[in-house]
Design a protein around this ligand. Structure first.
Ligand code: NCD
Ligand code: ZN
Length: 434
């Protein structure tokens, strides 16, 4: 019997080395690995000579907006951006309008995504005054924003943090948090005040507060977008705890604040870009010290007027789905990040943190979520993004890797700039293992 698809003679990374192999895909799963000439028959064959066959990336921190913010992004454009970026699973944050605090809103998001998606879309929920536990079976984690709670009247004091930690423990979910101990009332009047409010000190203090609460309850904590060397150091001290994981974004690793005039919102995001020293230390924390478990884009799209407004009025957040893979693989090709660290942080690490089985590595029986990538020099241009958000601080940056074909569940979704299926045809809500 012929298998559905053969990815023939591509470059497959085995133990940090490039090998030439073919991968057979059948029934949405990886059927096996074959040496040249030993492949089974395939109903379809893709010639992968010169292409890297990689597990599709898992981006565990994205804002796909939709619902009442579809002018910024929706599940269609957001997951098209993911597919074009070699990302096969994204997990959507709950700070939407309306926020995900109830089963009703979660259901609306799941329904919308199922009609529009091009890749797998998972969900997080926030924590309201009373936690709606009926959401638990369909979410991959809880996410909280201490500096900007999803509900009016919630303050992230010690009691609130403990409540969140306890809930995460009770439902065996990771508690993701945006490390920032400022408050919504801290309104910056100048650029300097903005950076001062969202300082490294504020980030470190926030991580410390959650760590203090975790000690008692041993819940799983996940620190979102670590941006400061001091935070990476604090996390490193707690590395032995298997209940603590941490994430970094490409922009915090590869861009520093001094590279931008900050006249408008082009490079405005939370946490803000830091010093060149911080960027260096984050890359080290990822590669040498293993203080970082995963890379996520924090894809946070906003409209053109919101980003071109003067800095203080501009919205925080930048698109990232179409730049993560090219930026990360450029580091690999230039020898600054190993294949192991790339695969660990972009693919297997997030699958492990989220507890989603059968994703994140290329192995027999695993889901056939695959990115085919060409080593090629090109320059990032926001105008070419599938995302509705076209302003990127990486504009004009030289990169060395181009996603060519993206496969989800064994089906070719994207190939050389074109979408091969309609919206809602492929992709699922990834479910945690019990
Ligand atoms: C995010 C957004 O726009 O939703 N903005 C950002 O600057 N990262 C919110 C967030 O992740 O904090
Ligand atoms: Zn975010």
């Amino acid at each position: 019997m012929a298998v559905d698809l053969i990815l023939k003679d591509g470059i497959v990374i085995v133990n940090d080395r490039e090998t030439i192999q073919s991968i057979a895909v059948d029934n949405g799963k990886i059927e096996g690995f074959y040496k040249q000439g030993e492949e089974p028959e395939g109903k379809k064959i893709i010639d992968c000579r010169g292409l890297y066959i990689l597990p599709g990336l898992i981006d565990m921190h994205v804002h796909l907006r939709d619902l009442h913010q579809s002018e910024k992004e929706d599940y269609e454009t957001g997951t098209m951006a993911a597919a074009a970026g070699g990302i096969t699973t994204v997990v959507d944050m709950p700070n939407s309008i309306p926020p995900v605090l109830t089963r009703k809103v979660l259901d609306e998001k799941i329904a919308s995504a199922s009609q529009k998606r091009f890749v797998n879309v998972g969900f997080y929920a926030g924590i309201g005054k009373i936690f709606d536990s009926s959401m638990v079976p369909d979410i991959l984690g809880l996410k909280v924003y201490p500096h900007s709670p999803l509900l009016y009247g919630i303050h992230f004091d010690r009691k609130q943090i403990e409540k969140c930690v306890k809930l995460a423990k009770k439902h065996n979910l990771p508690l993701l948090f945006h490390p920032d101990s400022s408050s919504k009332d801290d309104r910056p009047r100048t650029r300097e005040e903005f950076f001062h409010i969202h300082s490294c000190e504020s980030e470190v203090n926030s991580v410390q507060a959650f760590l203090d609460a975790k000690v008692e309850y041993e819940a799983r904590l996940h620190v979102c977008h670590v941006s400061c060397s001091a935070t990476a150091r604090l996390i490193l001290e707690h590395r032995a705890e298997h209940t603590l994981t941490a994430e970094v974004t490409p922009h915090h690793m590869f861009l520093s604040g001094d590279m931008f005039p900050h006249d408008d919102g082009t490079a405005k995001m939370l946490p803000p870009l830091r010093s060149p020293y911080d960027t260096q230390m984050l890359a080290q924390a990822l590669c040498m010290k293993c203080a970082i478990d995963c890379v996520a884009s924090d894809h946070a799209p906003h409209t053109m007027p919101e980003k071109t407004a003067p800095f203080l009025e501009a919205a925080s957040g930048i698109p990232g789905l179409e730049t993560t893979l090219p930026l990360m693989l450029t580091e690999v090709f230039e020898g600054r990040i190993s294949w192991i660290d790339f695969l660990r942080c972009c693919c297997s690490g997030p699958a492990m943190i989220l507890g989603i089985p059968n994703k994140g590595i290329l192995a027999q029986g695993y889901d056939a979520d695959i990115a085919l990538v060409r080593r090629q020099e090109w320059y990032i241009s926001g105008a070419d993004f599938q995302s509705k958000a076209k302003i990127t601080p990486f504009e004009g940056r030289r990169v060395l890797a181009k996603p060519v074909t993206t496969i989800v569940d064994g089906q070719i979704v994207y190939h050389e700039g074109r979408f091969m299926v309609g919206p809602g045809i492929v992709g699922k809500v990834p479910i945690r293992k019990a």
